[in-house]
Design a binder for this molecule. Structure first.
Ligand code: HEM
Length: 556
C-alpha cells in the first residue's frame, strides 16, 4: 500500500469518528448559559478556565439558562448535566429514584474507604442500612446523648477558647474552631470517645493522627465489664448501639460508622461558619435571634431548642445562600428524559445544584440576594389577633435540596439542626462575632466536597456583657485555657496548612464528583487516610473479638 493510499484509508476512518464526536458540539452556539464547545474536548477549556470557581461558574450558567439546566460536555463526549430545576430534582431524587444511583464508578472508587457504608451503596443493601440507621437515629436516648455531648463541648471547650481570645484581644479562625468542634462531636457520638481536637492550643496534629488517637482511645472501652457497668448516657454512642442491637456483622458496623463520621464532620461546621459571617453583616437579625435565645435556659432542653423558630429559619436562610454541599448528583442507569426535556443517556451524571437554586429569582423572588429569615416564617394566629409568635414555614425539599431530598434525604438533618442551634445559643449568649477583615471585604466561597471560606474566617470574639448580664471577668477566670490565637492578617489556607489534613487533601479534588468520592480520593492520596481506616478497622475487629456484641447492657 502506497503512502497516499494509507493516508486515504486513515482519513476515511477518521471522518466518521470526527462527525460522531463533534455531533453535539455543533448543535448549539455558545451563549451565556452555553459555553463554547469544541470537537473532541467539548467545553473542557471553559471548565479548566473556571476550575477555581466551578460552583459559582456553573451557578451563573444555570441562572442564565432559560431552563435552569445546563449540559456541559467534557473530553470525549463525557457529558454532565447541571440542573436547578425543582421538577428535575424531584425526578432524579424521588420519581425515578431507582433509575438514578450513586453509580458503580463512584462506588468502586470509594469502596476501599467506605466499603459498603450507607453513603456508598444502592439498592437493597442501602435500604437495609437506612432502616437500621433511621431506627437508631430516632431514639430519644441518642438525642439526649447528642445533647449532652454538644453541651459539654460547648461549655468546656468552645466557650473557654472564645473567652480567652476575647480577653486577650486575639483573633481566631472560627472556621477552624468549628471544624474541630464538629470533629470532636461526631467522634464522641459515633465512637463514644473524644479525639480532643478542639483544645486551647489548637493542636496542629495531623487530622489523620487525631483519628488514630480516637481509635486508640476508644480501645479503652473494649473492656467488657466497663460497658456492662456503665449503661449510662456515656456509652450510647452509635457504634455501641449497632453492636448491641443485634447487628453483629463486623464489616457492616465498621462501614456504617465511618460513613457517619464523614457525614457529620464538615457539614455543620461549614453551615455555621457562613452563618456567623452573615450575622455579622446583619445586626438586626442577630438581635432578633438573641431575643429568642435569651428566653431559653442556659442549656436549653429539647422543647426549648425546638421552639427556637427564628434561629431555625435563619439557619435555613443561611444555608440557602451557602449550602454545605453545594453540588451533588447521581448517575443515570438508563436513557431518560428529564421533565424539562433534557435528554439523558445511560451513564451520564446528573447534578443538582443547591447553591444555584438558592439564588434563583424564580424560586426566591427578586430579593433573593438578601439574607431574610422571614422568608421561612409567618406570625402565628389568624393574622388579625397576632400573638406575635413566629411559626416556621418549610419549603418544598426539591426547591431546597440542601439536605438532598426524597428517600435518601440526609439522615442527620434533625440532629444537625439541634446541634447547630445549641452552638448558636452558646456563642451568641456571650459573644459578638466580629470579622477581623476590614469592612466590605467579603469572604470567598470555595467548594470541593463541602463548602469552605477561603483562607478561614478570622474573627475577634467580643464578650458582650450587655447581652448576658454576666460578669465576664469571672467567666474568663474560670476558663482553664488558652493561647488559641491565630494571626489576624495575611491568613491563607496555607497558614493553616502545615498539616496535610484530610480536609486539605479533600480540597485538591475535582469539583463535580459527589462529595464522598472527593473524600475518598484525598484519603487515598495520603498514607494517613489509609492508616486511619486501618486503625478503625483494627479497633472494630478487636471489639468484635472481645465479644462486645454479647454484652447485656441496654440503652436507657
Ligand atoms: C448542615 C448539616 C448537614 C447537611 C447540609 C447535610 C447534607 C447531606 C446531603 C446533601 C446528603 C446526601 C449525600 C449524598 O448522598 O450524596 C446527606 C446524606 C447523609 N447525611 Fe447529612 N448533612 C448534614 C449533617 C449530617 C449529620 C450531622 C449527620 C450524622 C451525624 C448526617 C448524616 C447523613 C447520612 C447518614 C446520610 C446518608 C443518607 C443515605 O444515603 O440514605 N448528616 N447529608
Amino acid at each position: 500500500m502506497s503512502i497516499i493510499e494509507l493516508f486515504a484509508s486513515v482519513a476515511l476512518l477518521l471522518v466518521p469518528l470526527f462527525f460522531y464526536l463533534t455531533r453535539n458540539s455543533r448543535s448549539k452556539a455558545p451563549s451565556k448559559s452555553n459555553p463554547k464547545s469544541y470537537p473532541l474536548i467539548g467545553s473542557s477549556a471553559a471548565i479548566f478556565a473556571n476550575r477555581n470557581r466551578t460552583t459559582q461558574w456553573t451557578s451563573d450558567l444555570i441562572q442564565s439558562s432559560p431552563t435552569v439546566t445546563v449540559v456541559l460536555r467534557r473530553f470525549l463526549d463525557d457529558t454532565r448535566v447541571f440542573t436547578g430545576n425543582p421538577a428535575n430534582v424531584q425526578h432524579i431524587l424521588k420519581t425515578k429514584f431507582y433509575d438514578y444511583e450513586k453509580g458503580s464508578k463512584s462506588r468502586q472508587t470509594l469502596f476501599d474507604f467506605l466499603g459498603n457504608g450507607i453513603f456508598n451503596i444502592d439498592g437493597d443493601s442501602w435500604k437495609f442500612q437506612r432502616q437500621v440507621s433511621s431506627h437508631e437515629f430516632n431514639t430519644k436516648s441518642l438525642r439526649k446523648f447528642m445533647e449532652t455531648v454538644v453541651d459539654t463541648e460547648v461549655s468546656q471547650r468552645l466557650i473557654p477558647i472564645l473567652s480567652t481570645a476575647a480577653a486577650n484581644n486575639t483573633v481566631l479562625d472560627l472556621q477552624d474552631i468549628l471544624q474541630r468542634f464538629a470533629f470532636d462531636n461526631i467522634c464522641k457520638i459515633a465512637f463514644g470517645h473524644d479525639p480532643a481536637y478542639l483544645l486551647p492550643d489548637l493542636p496542629e496534629a495531623e487530622f489523620a493522627k487525631t483519628f488514630d488517637d480516637a481509635a486508640k482511645i476508644s480501645s479503652g472501652r473494649k473492656k467488657k465489664q466497663e460497658l456492662s457497668n456503665k449503661p449510662s448516657l456515656e456509652t450510647v454512642d452509635l457504634l455501641s448501639r449497632f453492636l448491641s442491637s443485634g447487628h453483629s456483622d463486623e464489616d457492616f458496623v465498621t462501614d456504617i460508622v465511618i460513613s457517619f463520621i464523614l457525614a457529620g464532620r464538615d457539614t455543620t461546621s461549614a453551615a455555621l461558619t457562613w452563618y456567623f459571617w452573615l450575622l455579622s453583616q446583619n445586626p438586626e437579625i442577630e438581635k432578633e435571634i438573641l431575643r429568642e435565645i435569651k428566653d431559653k435556659s442556659e442549656s436549653p432542653v429539647y422543647e426549648e431548642v425546638k421552639d427556637m423558630v427564628y434561629t431555625h429559619a435563619s439557619l435555613c436562610e443561611s444555608m440557602r445562600l451557602y449550602p454545605p454541599v453545594p453540588i451533588d448528583g447521581k448517575v443515570a442507569l438508563r436513557d431518560d428524559v428529564l421533565p424539562d426535556g433534557t435528554v439523558i443517556k445511560k451513564g451520564m451524571r446528573v447534578l443538582y445544584h443547591p447553591y444555584a437554586m438558592g439564588r434563583l429569582e424564580m424560586l426566591w423572588g427578586p430579593d433573593w440576594e438578601e439574607f431574610k429569615p422571614d422568608r421561612w416564617l409567618q406570625r402565628a394566629g389568624d393574622g388579625v389577633s397576632n400573638d406575635g409568635k413566629w411559626s416556621f414555614v418549610g419549603r418544598d425539599p426539591y426547591s431546597y435540596p440542601v439536605f438532598q431530598a426524597g428517600p435518601r434525604i440526609c439522615l442527620g438533618k434533625d440532629m444537625a439542626f439541634l446541634q447547630m442551634k445549641r452552638v448558636v445559643a452558646g456563642i451568641l449568649r456571650r459573644f459578638k462575632v466580629v470579622p477581623a477583615a476590614e469592612d466590605g471585604v467579603e469572604p470567598v466561597f470555595v467548594s470541593f466536597a463541602t463548602s469552605k471560606m477561603e483562607g478561614g474566617f478570622p474573627v475577634s470574639p467580643n464578650l458582650t456583657a450587655e447581652q448576658t448580664g454576666e460578669d465576664n471577668s469571672s467567666m474568663q477566670g474560670d476558663s482553664p485555657v488558652s493561647n488559641g490565637s491565630l494571626p489576624a492578617h495575611g491568613m491563607s489556607s496555607a497558614s493553616f496548612g502545615k498539616h496535610q489534613t484530610l480536609m486539605e487533601g479533600w480540597e485538591a479534588l475535582e469539583f463535580d464528583r459527589n462529595f464522598l468520592e472527593h473524600a475518598f480520593n484525598s484519603l487515598q492520596s495520603g498514607k494517613e487516610g489509609l492508616q486511619f481506616v486501618q486503625e478503625i478497622t483494627n479497633h472494630l475487629q478487636e471489639l468484635w473479638k472481645l465479644g462486645m456484641r454479647n454484652t447485656s447492657w441496654s440503652a436507657p
